[in-house]
Design a protein. Structure first.
Length: 279
């Protein structure tokens, strides 16, 4: 095995690579390391090479082989870091910021590096907003003491769907920063009648959703999904006990998901029927 792995951790370069100087293979390695649970380690079978792995819960699968020089380039640029024993290379926060920057169009690259941008559908076209401002995004990422998210994927999608309809229906003021908003408005429906029908349809969907969850929970959904108020603020404004908004929000979002027909888990037959097509 190459002596560069003798101590496990390659010696870092004194000069970090500039963003435009990153080799193509190092860029591909960075993308691999950005996958959930991914890491790279020295390949025991190939000299001066790294093998990437990904996965979790005790199960990992191989995802590629790269030259060890690519790993050294990422470490020198502070885009990846080695563990103390030099046996595992993982992506750094700077590396994740670079991937976010690369994934966005040129005019949104800097905003994506410093914000968690999410696509918001509706209106004349998709826009980008900072997901950190969305309490639903926080709830779906937050884990309880049992390791389960505060809300499941169905509840999150239901809340996002309501927010998109409220935005399309022009029922909300602009919240936060719209990083994707163009400087000159040249898009959208040119026929005012089409735009009016679009807005009216969204308002009907919002009205139907709020009626389905009931008047006792509709106000909470408006604050949480529409005005993006955090749970603590909702509790303070309504004078509720601490941590009670979390429970009520779960119930409200569950009813909303049921109204939209969203299920927590996919259901269906275990096996599909085999069909034989004869020519």
């Amino acid at each position: 095995m190459n002596k560069s792995f003798g101590s496990g951790r390659p010696a870092p370069s004194r000069r970090g690579a500039a963003p435009g100087d990153l080799p193509a293979e190092a860029s591909r390695l960075l993308v691999r390391l950005g996958e959930p649970g991914a890491y790279a380690r020295p390949d025991p079978l190939v000299e001066d090479a790294l093998v990437t792995r990904r996965g979790g819960d005790g199960i990992s699968v191989g995802s590629g082989r790269f030259a060890a020089a690519s790993g050294r380039a990422l470490a020198a640029a502070d885009l990846a870091t080695w563990n103390e024993t030099g046996t595992r290379l993982t992506i750094s926060e700077a590396g994740r910021a670079r991937l976010r920057r690369q994934a966005m169009p040129g005019d949104l690259a800097f905003a994506a590096q410093h914000h968690d941008l999410a696509v918001v559908e509706g209106g004349a076209g998709p826009t980008f907003r900072n997901a950190a401002e969305n309490p639903l995004a926080w709830m779906v990422r937050r884990r309880d003491r049992h390791g389960a998210p505060l809300i499941d994927a169905a509840s999150f999608e239901a809340g996002e769907r309501l927010r998109r309809d409220m935005t399309t229906a022009a029922l909300l003021p602009r919240m936060g920063s719209d990083f994707g908003a163009p400087r000159v408005d040249g898009g959208g429906p040119r026929d005012p009648a089409c735009a009016a029908d679009h807005v009216i349809a969204a308002r009907q969907r919002v009205r139907g959703a709020l009626e389905a969850v009931g008047s006792d929970l509709s106000g909470l959904l408006i604050d949480l999904c529409g005005f993006l108020k955090g749970l603590e603020r909702i509790e303070a404004e309504r004078r509720w006990p601490a941590r009670s908004a979390k429970v009520v929000a779960r119930i409200a979002l569950g009813r909303l998901a049921e109204h939209y027909g969203l299920e927590r888990e996919a259901t269906g037959p275990d096996r599909a029927r085999l069909r034989l097509w004869r020519g």
